[in-house]
Design a protein around this ligand. Sequence first.
Ligand code: ADP
Length: 631
Amino acid sequence: MVPEIRNEAGPVTGLDAGPRMPSRQGFLILAGLTAMALAVWLGGSLAERLALTDLRRSALSTLGLQVTALSAEMQRQSSLPLALATDPEIARVVRPAPVPGLVEGVNGRLAEIARATGSAVIYVIRADGVTVAASNAGDPRSFIGNSYAFRPYFQQAMEAGAGSQFALGTVSGRPGFYLARRLPAAAGVVVVKIEFDAMEAAWRAAGETVFVADPRGIVLVASEPGWRFSTLRGIDEGERQAVRAALEFGQAPLGSVPIFPSGAAPDLVRVGGGPRPAWPALMLDTLIPGTSWRLHTVTPIAAAVEREQVQGRTIALLATGLAWAALAAWLGRRRRMRLRLAEDSARREELERRVAERTQALSDANRQLVAEMEERRRSEAERERLGRELAQAGRLAALGQFAASMAHEINQPLAAIRSYADNTAILVRRGRVEDAAENVSAIGRLTERIGGLTRQLKGFARRASGRREPVRLAEIVRGSLEVVAFRVGEAGPCLDVPELDPALAVLGDGPRLEQVVVNLLQNALDAVAGQAGARVALTVEAGADRVTVCVADNGPGIPEAVRAQVFDAFFTTKPEGLGLGLAISRGIVEECGGTLTVTSGSEGTAFRMELLRAREPAPATTPATLPLEAS
Ligand code: ADP
């Protein structure tokens, strides 16, 4: 079954010419049948022509053979009268009153010669026409005593020396050819009668239809006994009377030979009137040498022509049938090929259409993706901008907090400095220089501490740097502790900080990270504020690539409901809080390539800051002069 293919123009079922196929097939079959019929007809007529050509050739050869045989026979007999005419005994027998016994002797010799030569009769006629000696002398129907003066052959021989005639014997009633020769001194004529019975019988035995006709068209010798003395062409009554009068053929009716022209060719005839129905034949004729007679052969053609025609038609039928089958196969193949091509083309078009559709869809998707990416990039940039703004706002807010706590923090060292200064003046006046120097050193340390605090303040106010460089973790922790140290004390919470490897470095912006640690420590201290047994611990885990700083407390923890919001900007649970610290811290840690996460429970809260570990050593900075009171 041919699959249905759809294309732009609509459904194509099989070959485009599908519906036309039956009429096309019908036409092909009709054309094939017509061609076969034509070929059969042509083959038949060609075969007929070839068969006729063959038949003509073989009939011509038969004709030649028959003529040769007949003329040889006549030739053989024709020399006999000449030889006998010179015979002295025969010359004597025609004289009046021949010697007794001469006639009998001559008769015997003539009978002997006739037997030897196959002649029908040999006889001697006197000049007056009466037969005086004959080879059939002993026969009751002997010619002796008969007068043949009326016979043209006798008259011709007497006049011209030789004569011949085909005629019916008046005594024997048998037709024959009479050959006459004049005896010396015109004393008489010697005659040899040749009969053709044997030859006719031989023709019949061979199944050949042969006859000999004289110039008038009268058949003299024929294989068909009924044709003898018939005429090939009609003769008029006068001529018939003359023939009868000459006693040439007795009372023969001289009717027509039943041979009729067929009209197809001059030598083609139809033979009828016999026991067989009219049959087509080829009739050829030729002159018998030395005579005015013509020998005719009639060759039946029906069987040979039919045989050849059957063969020719069969061959033509087979050839045309094969050619038609080959043509039909070729046409079928071409049709299938066209069908396949049409299918392929439709399939290709369908494929191309689908590819175009898919390409279009992909292009659209790509455009949409690009637009979405652009949108995302824009919103990302916006988010970053907002983040930066937020960080800045957070820093400014924190600055306020710092300012308050700084003022509080600075007041203490300032009061201490004042106290140390007053005390130093007294000690100097009293001469206690050593103690005074000790006090001055204390004053120096206190001012250093105030300087550190103001540095932190400046750091908070700075915008994000995006810097990422190796910084020593120990220095970040120390800086952070300096900021929150004032909250840890005798009565305050306990802050655990381990001894850190001074070479351990992380990647990031040092002041920013310090700000994060400060924020985490302050939150932890806030959480445990006023709590008995309050404890805050800072721990560090150094991995191969990362370093984790964990700030844990044993405070109340963060309720589960708000745990996810602690990194949101402006989320705070503190009365004076801004809710910016953790949001800013996470931003800073992520800028440094790290992460900031929280875990919380009833035992407290732990913030984990994971940072990239620096491979190169960080440059050493001046260690903070403010002693840390790690407890
Ligand atoms: P602020 O400190 O101004 O409130 P933060 O962003 O630093 O802003 O903190 C947001 C909130 O997260 C705090 O108000 C507090 O409720 C909660 N929080 C932060 N750290 C802790 C902690 N260690 N224990 C309990 N809650 C905490």
